[in-house]
Design a binder for this molecule. Structure first.
Ligand code: TTP
Ligand code: MG
Length: 357
């Protein structure tokens, strides 16, 4: 049976954090802007979260030490990150985009895959739909995004990055291989630096080089990943868009310096984890309902126990109480513990919580 043809979009907001900041301070328009740690006149620690395109022109990019960014661009406007605000804006954008999809999968804060197969009859309609989504986000949020349109997630994802900012790249199934050919292998989603270096040593620099390579040698060298890579180089990716929204869970875990059966030490560590988790949940303005604890014994045997509460909360004392009750049976067995973890899930946003009450 022939597989049904799919049409997939990948949407990625342009320089997201700095775009939100600039939108709210028109005086920043046209200036280099960096969101991240405080540069403290060049001696600051921490990194750049993102930079706008003016700052990128002089080489400032995400993940770079803020001190280096300052050296490259002392005249930029440096702003601290306002994560709750970005989440709020992201939620609105995602709500707009998801209306147009049969299946919608959010990735991180500013990206999403949309399966629009049943909504369009051909690529001309697909292009019009992508333009409509871009226009709606621009009108409602005064922000730009880039969209890649293709027969699968791989092509759509590479497409959205192809003409940034404010781009729209449409790649039909029959053009996919030709589109990929000249691009560096690094563009294939999970080709990391190590694989890239190995491939380079084998004389493979572009996706086209990879597509022409002997698949059995790739399988020998990289195992299953080699076969996957070869298929992707030919533009083939059968993975589905999986229905998924924003943050699914928040968790922290601790590995003890030495395995321990000291219940008090374990409970103290559990309290600290519960504090960290609730701080993160509060900073994202979320409430949770499900609590899970994880325990790993010295022989690496790992167990989890969960409980769903009768109410939504984001208070550390609630999480501590329930996490402690969930962990108790593991403390009674007098075995040495290597690691514990705390996770919360089943969220609603603070905004929704207010309307529920
Ligand atoms: P990206 O989409 O990777 O970057 P971007 O939106 O800033 O720029 P582009 O136009 O190239 O898409 O990431 C989205 C946001 O995630 C970004 O605005 C800030 C945050 N982020 C970090 O905090 N640290 C990082 O290392 C990266 C890559 C992103
Ligand atoms: Mg982005």
């Amino acid at each position: 049976m022939r597989e049904k043809k799919r049409v997939i979009f990948h949407l990625d907001m342009d320089h997201f954090y700095t775009a939100v900041e600039t939108r709210e301070r028109p005086e920043l328009e046209g200036k280099p802007v960096v969101v991240g740690a405080d540069p403290k006149g060049g001696s600051g620690r921490g990194v750049v979260s993102t930079s706008n395109y003016e700052a990128r022109k002089v080489g400032v990019h995400s993940g770079m030490p803020i001190s280096r960014a300052y050296k490259l661009c002392p005249e930029a406007v440096y702003l601290p990150s306002n994560f709750p605000r970005y989440i709020e804006v992201s939620n609105k954008i995602m709500a707009t985009a998801r209306q147009y999809a049969d299946k919608f999968e959010q990735w991180g804060i500013d990206e999403a895959f949309l399966d629009v197969s049943s909504r369009v009859k051909n690529y001309a309609e697909a292009k019009a739909l992508a333009q409509r989504i871009k226009r709606e986000i621009s009108q409602k949020e005064h922000l730009t995004c880039s969209i890649g349109v293709g027969p699968n997630k791989l092509i759509a994802k590479i497409g959205s990055d192809y003409q940034k900012p404010n781009g729209l790249t449409v790649v039909k199934e029959e053009d996919a291989e030709k589109f990929l050919q000249p691009l560096p292998v690094r563009k294939l989603l999970w080709v990391g630096r190590k694989t890239e270096a190995k491939l380079k040593a084998m004389g493979v620099e572009t996706i086209g080089d990879l597509a022409r390579f002997d698949p059995s040698v790739l399988a020998e060298t990289f195992g299953v990943a080699g076969t996957q890579m070869y298929r992707m180089a030919h533009g083939v990716d059968r993975s589905e868009v999986e229905e998924r929204t924003a943050v699914k869970s928040v968790s922290h875990e601790t590995t003890f310096e030495e395995d321990t059966d000291d219940a008090e030490a374990v409970l103290n560590a559990l309290d600290a984890l519960a504090e960290e988790v609730t701080m993160e949940v509060q900073s994202q303005r979320l409430f949770f309902k499900t609590v899970t604890v994880k325990v790993r014994f010295e022989n690496f045997e790992t167990h989890t126990r969960s409980r769903t509460l009768q109410f939504m909360t984001n208070r550390p004392q609630d999480l501590k109480k329930h996490a402690k009750e969930l962990l108790a049976p593991y403390l009674r067995v007098n075995r040495k513990i290597r690691l514990i973890g705390v996770r919360v899930s089943t969220f609603v946003s603070a905004e929704k919580q207010q309307t529920l009450c």
